[in-house]
Write a protein that binds this ligand. Structure first.
Ligand code: NAD
Ligand code: UDX
Length: 478
């Protein structure tokens, strides 16, 4: 394959990780990642990405400044780019029409403006890596074509060139959908061994050419049978529905966990029994305090928006219920802590173990810990929080309405538990499975409680030591 200049707009988790893996797999191409955030770019160039992802730093060392470059220079980077990835954020709208449901496309639009202005190649291939509303590829195409038409007409007026000369300058533009399925904490592994790569694009001559170029990029390490082609709308929709289905599974098992708690069944057994049916499958059946992260809720809201746009209100309601169950699960877990502890948390110290939305990441976006901690703070509790990776400033910024003396961020479990009434496990970090519970018990106020939102603490051992333990989907203290 001929050498390509690949440009990615957005140096976040998706932009950074995808390009590091691409660069390590395709040595013949040059990869440029461009971002408006100078600090972020500086971090990458100093081998210090501003987030934690297992395996990332090691891989970065093999390609940074060889065939992988991070920059804020849009103009020089885009001018001769052959493939342009969009990997910027697509958060939920915070104001205006469809506030709290629709997608804020402002970052995507600003990228389009950069591409329109600076990409000078005659063939412009834009690739959506960001998760976008269905129909966004068409919007981008319309925008870029319109911009290009105006530019060519202006040139026609200003210069006395022949029509032939002007025609030559007309860019060919195509927008492909190539959604990303990496999960945080396993991003590098997921990118190196993807289950599938989706490519969606128009069925035109240039559309097919572009899809082939993108396929060639992956062919170095992804088996051909794992690269699926479909039309753009199917590809865009598949990303939203994949996340919706995964979230729905978590809400389903969490709904079952509530039944287990009431009737005295054990959710881990029920998961195992159900999951051994290959039609159901065993993955994503871990009951928890609730799902979090920057994707599930946002992408389901995006799907709900689509349903409502097409007046599919019953379908919209179905997907809304996945989010409702998740919110209910978080609140039920938090309320149970208060109810169990004399319905009084005023000035009681509670140790929070884990704040990230899952293990092996430092990302706290959308973490269930935020809702649980906000509830406990609202009840007057004092929280001593320990997380192996979450940054204290991110923890503080995500919580609200508390007094400074209600929040203590600790650097170890053993410091966090001193004079605590309860241990609350909110993230399934491996470290928490090794905790010396006897030592914790000695340092705590009695009666001492454990509320395990991840089912990682051995219930029998904890009870033997003297703890009252509540685990998601288990009968209370039995
Ligand atoms: P992020 O917030 O980590 O990074 C986004 C980056 O885009 C930031 O560095 C920001 O400065 C930059 N940016 C904003 N405007 C820009 C512009 N005009 N030009 C260049 N850069 C600009 O986001 P993320 O988690 O990497 O997610 C990016 C997209 O990928 C989202 O659409 C998300 O839904 C999707 N996605 C995320 C994940 C995930 O696990 N995080 C997985 C799959 C898909
Ligand atoms: C998700 C998708 O998995 C990924 O394909 C997509 O590209 C981005 O969104 P991510 O949000 O990084 O990835 O993490 P994921 O592993 O899916 O977990 C999401 C949330 O669900 C976490 O809070 C996790 O703890 C929770 N979860 C997951 C459960 O509570 N139980 C489970 O069985 C699985």
């Amino acid at each position: 394959m001929t050498s390509q200049k690949v440009v990615c707009l957005g140096a976040g988790i998706v932009g950074g990780c995808t390009q590091v893996v691409f660069a390590s797999k395709c040595k013949t191409h040059d990869f440029y990642v461009v971002d408006i955030d100078e600090e972020r770019i500086k971090g990458w160039n100093n081998f210090k990405p501003n987030y934690y992802e297992p395996g990332l730093n090691k891989l970065l060392k093999t390609c940074l400044n060889k065939n992988l470059f991070f920059t804020t220079d849009f103009e020089n980077t885009l001018k001769d780019a052959t493939l342009i990835f969009l990997s910027v954020g697509t958060p939920t709208k915070q104001r205006g029409e469809m506030k709290g449901i629709g997608t804020n496309l402002s970052y995507i639009e600003s990228c389009c403006r950069m591409i329109a202005k600076y990409a000078k190649n005659e063939k412009v291939i834009v690739i959506e890596k960001s998760t976008v509303p269905v129909g966004t590829a068409q919007k981008i195409t319309n925008f870029l074509q319109e911009y290009n038409k105006n530019e060519t007409e202006n040139e026609k007026e200003n210069e006395n060139e022949t029509t032939k000369e002007n025609k030559k300058k007309q860019k060919q533009i195509v927008v492909l959908s190539n959604p990303e399925f990496l999960a945080e904490g396993t991003a590098i592994k997921n990118l190196q061994h993807p289950d599938r790569v989706l490519i969606g694009g128009p069925n035109t001559e240039f559309g097919k050419y572009a899809q082939e170029q993108l396929k060639q990029l992956y062919k170095g390490w992804v088996p051909e049978e794992k690269i699926f082609f479909s039309n753009t709308w199917s590809t865009e929709l598949s990303k939203l529905t994949s996340n919706a289905m995964l979230a729905q599974r978590v809400s389903s098992i969490n709904s079952i966990s509530q039944i287990c708690e009431e009737i005295g069944a054990e959710v881990t057994q029920v998961s195992k029994n159900m999951g051994s049916d290959p039609r159901i499958g065993s993955r994503f059946l871990n009951a928890s305090v609730g799902f979090g992260g920057s994707c599930f809720e946002k992408d389901i809201l995006n799907l709900i928006y689509l349903c409502e746009h097409y007046h599919l209100y019953v379908v919209a309601k179905y997907w809304k219920s996945v989010l409702e169950l998740n919110n209910h699960q978080k609140l039920r877990f938090a309320k149970n802590i208060a109810d169990t502890m004399f319905q009084n948390l005023e000035n009681k110290k509670i140790t929070i173990l884990g704040f990230t939305f899952k293990k092996n990441t430092d990302d706290v976006r959308g973490s269930a810990a935020i809702d649980v901690c906000n509830y406990l703070l609202g009840e007057g509790a004092i929280l001593s929080i320990y997380d192996p990776k979450a940054k204290p400033k991110h923890i503080k910024l995500s919580l609200k309405g508390y007094n400074e003396n209600q929040l203590i961020i600790c650097d170890s479990v053993s410091n966090a538990v001193i004079d605590s009434h309860a241990l609350v496990v909110l993230t399934e970090w491996d470290e928490f499975t090794q905790i010396d519970l006897s030592k914790c018990y000695q340092k705590m106020i009695h009666p001492s409680y454990i509320f395990d939102g991840r089912n990682i603490i051995n219930r029998k051992s904890a009870q033997k030591i003297g703890f009252n333990i509540y685990s998601v989907g288990f009968p209370k203290n039995k």
